[in-house]
Design a protein around this ligand. Structure first.
Ligand code: CP
Ligand code: NVA
Length: 311
């Protein structure tokens, strides 16, 4: 059973094939070509946390491929509370062809995948956000082409989004930098994994604490919230630590003239990013958000074995 849980599970070639398919499906949609590749296929979307982009982009991905999607809110399913994850997985497998879940603990998505009879997609866990990473790679590719030799600098918390971003860009040969406050590092095992991917593809991973050093000469500056979902009780403490890591105009000025600024959204304007930057000429925030749908269409078609080459 093939799932989409972690960028680490995919080779450079598989990632490139997914990106090529995303580009193709995006072009078709923009030209008004409709091919019901996933006709009669239904996606169950299980959420333990709120969402705008993940929910709507997956729903529209299925609809524009001729399939359908069901939204299951935290109250309805009670994943692991009302019913065990193993039972939810086996029940849903009898109704739908694919499951996407957004969970608090990454173990929950692994448990779901273990018991599911249909492919499971990780729509964000506390550990990673691989669908976001595919949309991010697509956005960088559309801007610059091949990622080889590009510098992607992440400034902020070493969180789920940072981990997946590092994995995808190092698999594709980029140089990844992360500047985060002390005690807010990515897990050491992931840094080592990123370095391994970078060594294979010809890129690098550099960790630091100085946001200016990270921004210097960068092609991409990326940031995310200081407080992720599930960490709300730490928000006050984090608001004291993170202000030096704000992506503002003086940070952007240190990068290459053609730098693009990225953020997975939702943004906390005035905290990790200023309005000036989020709405400025370097921002690709909304292209990135739209690309969630195009990238996920490729993931869905790939998992469900859709005939994407058919004329
Ligand atoms: N970027 C992202 O996953 O957004 P949502 O939380 O709105 O789905
Ligand atoms: N790091 C954020 C990403 C939201 C899309 C979170 O986990 O809340």
């Amino acid at each position: 059973m093939k799932h989409f849980l972690d960028i680490a599970d995919f080779s450079q070639q598989e990632i490139n094939e997914l990106l090529d398919l995303s580009v193709k499906l995006k072009k078709e949609l923009k030209s008004g070509i409709f091919r019901p590749i996933l006709k009669n296929k239904v996606l169950a979307m299980v959420f333990q946390k709120p969402s705008l982009r993940t929910r709507v982009s997956f729903d529209m991905a299925m609809r524009t491929l001729g399939g359908d999607a069901l939204y299951l809110s935290p109250q309805e399913i009670g994943l692991g509370k009302r019913e065990s994850i193993a039972d939810v997985a086996r029940v849903l497998s009898g109704y739908v062809q694919v499951i996407m879940a957004r969970v608090f603990s990454h173990d929950h998505i692994l448990e779901l995948a273990k018991w599911s009879q249909v492919p499971v997609i990780n729509g964000l866990s506390d550990y990673n956000h691989p669908c976001q990473a595919m949309a991010d790679a697509l956005t960088i590719y559309e801007e610059f082409g091949d990622l080889t030799g590009r510098t992607v600098s992440y400034i902020g918390d070493g969180n789920n989004v940072a981990v997946s971003l590092m994995k995808v860009v190092t698999k594709l040969g980029a140089d990844f930098r992360i500047a985060n406050p002390e005690d807010y590092d990515m897990p050491e095992s992931d840094i080592q994994l990123g370095k391994k991917f970078a060594a294979i593809a010809g890129g690098s991973v550099t960790t630091m604490h100085d946001p200016k050093e990270a921004a210097e000469g960068a092609d991409v500056i990326y940031t995310d919230t200081w407080t992720s979902m599930g960490q709300e009780e730490e928000a006050k403490k984090r608001e004291k630590v993170f202000p030096p890591y704000q992506v503002n105009q003086s940070i952007v000025n240190l990068a290459k003239p053609e730098v693009i600024v990225m953020h997975c959204l939702p943004a906390h304007r005035g905290q990790e990013i200023t309005d000036e930057v989020a709405d400025g000429p370097h921002s690709r925030l909304f292209e990135q958000a739209e690309n969630r749908m195009h990238a996920q269409k490729a993931i869905l078609v790939d998992l469900l074995g859709g005939d994407h080459d058919a004329k």
